[in-house]
Each structure stands twice: as structure tokens, then as C-alpha cells.
Design a binder for this molecule. Structure first.
Ligand SMILES: Cc1cc2nc3c(=O)[nH]c(=O)nc-3n(C[C@H](O)[C@H](O)[C@H](O)COP(=O)(O)OP(=O)(O)OC[C@H]3O[C@@H](n4cnc5c(N)ncnc54)[C@H](O)[C@@H]3O)c2cc1C
Length: 420
């Protein structure tokens, strides 16, 4: 019996971002008939024009000692990358309180230990999946640099490097000014130095999505756009079907990979997942003359620069403004202004693409992957914060393993859906 006819191997995935696509990949490989539905266009939400960094080095969570003070200073300065739209929203303030409580060494290490296996496993999977070139997405393994202007700020990263080396086996190479300019000639000669993570990689995320979707379509995966989840039908502990975009979709298993929108599905899922949308922006320019070769982050200005084969992308900003769809041009200026102090040649080209996306932010910086409580055949895969691209393949593999009743390749306890 083919999977098209086998009623025990029909899976419906709600959410066609990078997480939903990675789940579709593994479930298709395991012989399931897979249908992916999305309320708008497949692959055009947060996974679309992000910075494209695949960074196993990004082990430490956002909540770490000193984050709150640094954030307040950045907000007071007005020009910082962190923004909150002040409003009465109890869930937002509860989220911040919980986030703030986790800004200590013990919780930071707990989150880091939870995140690292997902990052490392995904990195290896990407090497296999993309290294062969069958999915064309401008995949490169040039590393990632944290570039500092100020000597004191540069030196102050040293204890973090010691921690990452000793506890997480993620040492960085320290590049002093002269070596830095030789290594990356697009940078100015008056910078303090950089920390280089040699094993990080990058790609063009929208190309990854479109190639991967094409490949999955050819393998029989169905994608349905403009198909919003409306209701979930269940009997006892099993989901029987969902209603989405006016049609009823039956399945043996269901996966909800709904990113930043997940908390809005509280009544349908029967559980509130404390995720806040963390709005970030990117601009993409035509490849400039004297373009950087290596992706870099400027921590003092909180701007990421990703040199893709077909463009130069600048990205950053963490704005907690709910599901506000307005596009703020001053945020884009922060990105372009932020690079001026680092790059030797000014970026004079007009940006060809402007974009924002809502990162699915949990206050423990840890994703939510597992069984939906009380529903044996339904699963959540969400809350990937600032690293969904970097953690997608291992998430998809975990969901496949859970659905197939296999031993998960990673300990899934830290990602429990009802840990709140
Ligand atoms: C500026 C910026 C830069 C970033 N850079 C990086 C980076 O360099 N590396 C990295 O690893 N990560 C990066 N990220 C984070 C990464 O983009 C996210 O973690 C990731 O895209 C989340 O993927 P997702 O599939 O969960 O969500 P999404 O891509 O948002 O997909 C969720 C999908 O669910 C659909 N959906 C929601 N509700 C419903 C419903 N009710 N019915 C049907 N469909 C529904 C939505 O329409 C959407 O398509 C960046 C993010 C931003 C904003």
C-alpha cells in the first residue's frame, strides 16, 4: 500500500516556514504523505529574508547576566537595536519578568546546554544536505566574525570565549587589528579586532526555501497557501482532522509549526505557549565593490552583515511591538549607519529589498518541540527565537522520530511543550 492510501501515514503540517519545511522533509523521507498548509504564502514569513547564518557557535542564550542593564542603556540611548512599544499587555510584561529572572549564569548555562545539541546536529545535517549542491542556496562555509571597534569591548569578550571553549567546545580565533585586515580587507584598519568562529556557515534563506520546496513538491509533498487554521476536531486523545481555509484535512498525525503566531492559537491547541514576536529587519543591497567575504556581527552596533553571492544583507533590531505590521524606515537606517564605522568602502548602492520578520521568542531562548499535551498524534515545533534557520534540520528530524516512535537522536526533555 502506498503512503497515499495508508491512513496511518498521512501528516498535516500547519506552518510553512523553515521549521515546517524541515519536518516535511523528514516525514516525506519516512514514507508519509505530507500536506503543508499556511495562512499566507509558504516560506514568506520569518524564515524568508533573515540573515542566513548557520551558527553552531551561537550557543549562549539572549538571557545572560548583564543583558537587562545593556538593553536599558541601549534603549535610553535611542539609537540602539532593542525596542519596546510601551503598552498595557500583561503577557508581554510577564514574559519580560520571566526573561529577566533568567539573566543569571545558572539559567544561561541551562539554556545553552539545551540549545547546543540542536545547533550541532543541524550543522552536521546541513553539511550533508547542502554540501552536495542538490539544494542550491549559496551555501558557504566561511565562518562568522564578531568584530569590535573598541579595544575594551573587544577584550571583554575574552571570558565568554573561555567559557565557550571550556564548556561547549566552541573556541574562537582571536584576530588583532593587523591580522584582521589581512584576513578581511573590506574592514577598516582602525578596528580593535575580531573573534572568528571558523566552522559557522551561511546561505541565502529564501533560496534555500524555494529550492527545498521545489524538491519536496517533486517528491509528492503538497503545499496549500492562504489556508488558515480555523478549528481542530478531536475525539478522546486523538486529533481527527483540522479545518483550514474552508476545507477539512484528515490525517494520522498533525504538526503545528506556526512560529511567532503560536500563542494566538491558544484556544485551538488547548495550551498557551509564551512566545512574543521579536520583530527584526533586514535590507539587501546589490553586491558592492570591495564586498566582505566573511559574515560578521558588530556587537557594539548589533548589526549582522552577510555577504551572499547575489547580494549583501544587513540585519538586526529586536522590537517588541506585538503583531504590528508597520515598517519603520528609521530601523533600516540603523542597519546601514551601523556598518559605516567598520567597512572601508561606504555602501552607496540603493537597497533592493527591505524586509521584516517576527522571531518566535521564548523567554528561556529554548524552542518548544514535542507532543501536544492530551493529544497523542499532535506535535508542536516552534519557539526557535533568533536561530530557527540554524536549528531547523534537527527539529524536523526530532519530529519525525517522535511521530515514528523512534528513539530521539537528542534528549528532548528541555524542549517540553508544557514546561511553563
Ligand atoms: C532580522 C532577522 C534575522 C535573522 N537571522 C537569522 C540567522 O541568521 N540565522 C538563524 O538561524 N535564524 C535567524 N533568524 C531567526 C529565524 O528567521 C526564525 O527563528 C525562523 O524563521 C523561525 O521559523 P518558523 O518556521 O518557526 O517561523 P516562520 O518562518 O514565521 O513560519 C511560521 C509559518 O506559520 C504560518 N502560520 C502561523 N499561524 C498560522 C495559522 N493559524 N494557520 C496557518 N498557518 C499559520 C505563518 O504564516 C508562517 O508562514 C532571524 C530573524 C530575523 C527577524
Amino acid at each position: 500500500m502506498s503512503s497515499r492510501e495508508d491512513p496511518s501515514k498521512q501528516v498535516v503540517i500547519v506552518g510553512g516556514g523553515i521549521i515546517g519545511i524541515a519536518c516535511a522533509h523528514y516525514l516525506n523521507e519516512a514514507g508519509f504523505q505530507v500536506t503543508v498548509v499556511d495562512k499566507s504564502e509558504i516560506g514568506k514569513a520569518c524564515s524568508f529574508r533573515n540573515c542566513g547564518l548557520i551558527c553552531p557557535s551561537h550557543v549562549l542564550p539572549l538571557a545572560e547576566p548583564g543583558t537587562v542593564q545593556a538593553t536599558i542603556m541601549s534603549m535610553l540611548s535611542g539609537g540602539g537595536a532593542f525596542k519596546i512599544r510601551p503598552r498595557v499587555d500583561l503577557r508581554l510584561w510577564r514574559w519580560f519578568l520571566n526573561f529577566w529572572k533568567r539573566c543569571n549564569r545558572e539559567d544561561m548555562l541551562e539554556s545553552a546546554r539545551a540549545i547546543q545539541p540542536l545547533l550541532t546536529s543541524s550543522h552536521h545535517i546541513y553539511e550533508d544536505l547542502l554540501g552536495s549542491g542538490s539544494i542550491e542556496c549559496e551555501y558557504r562555509t566561511e565562518g562568522l566574525m564578531f568584530v569590535y571597534k573598541n579595544q575594551q569591548a573587544f577584550n571583554s569578550y575574552s571570558p565568554t570565549n573561555d567559557l565557550l571553549s571550556s564548556q561547549f567546545n566552541e573556541p574562537a580565533r582571536r584576530l588583532e587589528t593587523k591580522e584582521l585586515v589581512e584576513f578581511e580587507p573590506s574592514l577598516k584598519g582602525d578596528l580593535a579586532g575580531a573573534w572568528l568562529y571558523e566552522s559557522d556557515a551561511h546561505l541565502r534563506p529564501e533560496r534555500l526555501l524555494s529550492s527545498w520546496i521545489d524538491q519536496l513538491t517533486q517528491k509528492g509533498v503538497s503545499f496549500i497557501e492562504n489556508c488558515e487554521l480555523q478549528s481542530i476536531q478531536h475525539s478522546q486523545q486523538q486529533v481527527q482532522s483540522i479545518r483550514a481555509g474552508g476545507q477539512e484535512l484528515k490525517g494520522s498525525h498533525f504538526v503545528f509549526a506556526t512560529g511567532a503566531w503560536t500563542p494566538l492559537l491558544k484556544d485551538l491547541l488547548g495550551i498557551y505557549i509564551p512566545i512574543q514576536p521579536g520583530k527584526g529587519y533586514s535590507v539587501t543591497l546589490p553586491v558592492p565593490e570591495n564586498s566582505p567575504r566573511v559574515p560578521m556581527i558588530f556587537p557594539e552596533h548589533r548589526v549582522a552583515v552577510t555577504p551572499m553571492e547575489s547580494g549583501l544583507r544587513l540585519g538586526s533590531i529586536m522590537e517588541f511591538s506585538g503583531y504590528d505590521t508597520s515598517f519603520k524606515n528609521d530601523r533600516l537606517r540603523l542597519l546601514t549607519e551601523g556598518t559605516k564605522e567598520y567597512l572601508r568602502s561606504p555602501l552607496t548602492e540603493v537597497a533592493s529589498e527591505h524586509w521584516f520578520g517576527w522571531r518566535p521568542m521564548t523567554y528561556d531562548t529554548t524552542p518548544v518541540i514535542g507532543n501536544l499535551p492530551g493529544r497523542l498524534n499532535a506535535f508542536l515545533a516552534t519557539g526557535h527565537n533568533m536561530l530557527g534557520l540554524s536549528m531547523a534540520p534537527a527539529t524536523g528530524l526530532l519530529i519525525k522520530e517522535l511521530i515514528c516512535g523512534e528513539k530521539p537522536h537528542l534528549d528532548i526533555a528541555p524542549y517540553k511543550v508544557d514546561r511553563w
